[in-house]
Design a protein around this ligand. Structure first.
Ligand code: NAD
Length: 251
């Protein structure tokens, strides 16, 4: 028996990277898992795919209704879908800013609003948002991305406050750089992708990127029905990036 037995979880962006690792761990722990993604093709058999675009309210409402109809309840929402952005304020135009904030921030608000009526009926309701060390650390050429994750941190605290008396917990995880297709696409935008990847490894105090499975473990802790007193927190899974000041490996 696991504390997740009988629960139904939604993972947005669950077809790749951190979302896929989380969906698999939730399913292995006994949850019924719905993956909402732009393209949920090719998922492992234990996961249930639903097409959804978190930047489109009608698509979100339809997908959440389909999950509710298929499984009769929704207990856990993992707001994971997100996109990267590279650039300074001079390099990103208005369209890029709007796209990043629409998917990374408003996407979480749309999903949460659609799922809340189901969460109110759950005895173990939890939302986990994907934040980032970029919320509280100035990272080079991540102006729009960092701003979006700063907003996710504030959104997490606001939602946790609004819904605590309804028995709904809201937390976020703040990963460092995680080795996923998201990072592969991001380093490809640099003149020397190999050098950029090595710099990302070196930026972690541990000297290596975080794995998707390590982030998933933290998400499961926050989503667990056993974590009833944990709400309004940001759990760092960042190889020490935020708090540790280690010397470079060569010195
Ligand atoms: P990824 O690119 O591997 O996967 C993202 C998934 O989201 C994909 O399956 C994609 O199809 C889906 N998606 C994108 N836009 C969508 C939309 N509009 N509607 C529905 N689905 C959509 O990314 P990842 O590295 O696993 O990142 C997942 C989350 O973790 C993001 O919110 C990201 O900001 C955050 N994060 C990532 C890192 C990192 O270094 N990889 C670090 C900190 C935080």
């Amino acid at each position: 028996m696991s504390e997740f037995d009988g629960t139904v979880a939604i993972v947005t962006g669950g077809a790749s990277g951190i979302g896929l690792a989380t969906a698999k761990q939730l399913a292995a722990a006994g949850a019924t898992v719905a993956v909402l993604d732009l393209n949920p093709d090719g998922l492992p058999a234990e996961l249930h795919g639903f097409v959804a675009d978190v930047s489109d309210r009608a698509s979100v409402i339809a997908a959440v209704a389909a999950v509710g109809e298929a499984f009769g309840r929704i207990d856990i929402l993992i707001n994971n879908a997100g996109i990267s952005a590279v650039g300074t304020v001079e390099e990103n135009d208005d369209d890029e800013w709007a796209r990043v904030l629409d998917i990374n921030v408003i996407g979480m608000a749309r999903m949460s609003a659609a799922v809340l009526p189901w969460l109110r009926k759950s005895p173990a309701a939890a939302i986990v948002n994907l934040c980032s060390v970029a919320a509280l650390n100035g990272l080079p050429r991540r102006a729009a991305y960092g701003a979006s994750k700063g907003a996710v941190l504030a959104l997490t605290l606001g939602m946790a406050t609004d819904h605590v008396r309804e028995g709904i917990r809201v937390n976020c995880v703040s990963p460092g750089t995680v080795s996923t297709p998201f990072v592969d696409r991001m380093v490809a935008k640099f003149d020397d992708p190999v050098k950029e990847r090595a710099a990302l490894d070196a930026r972690q105090a541990t000297g290596r990127m975080v794995t998707p499975e390590e982030v998933a473990g933290a998400i499961l802790y926050l989503a667990s029905p056993l974590s009833k007193s944990t709400t309004g927190t940001a759990l760092e899974v960042d190889g020490g990036l935020h708090n540790l000041r280690v010397r470079p490996l060569s010195s």
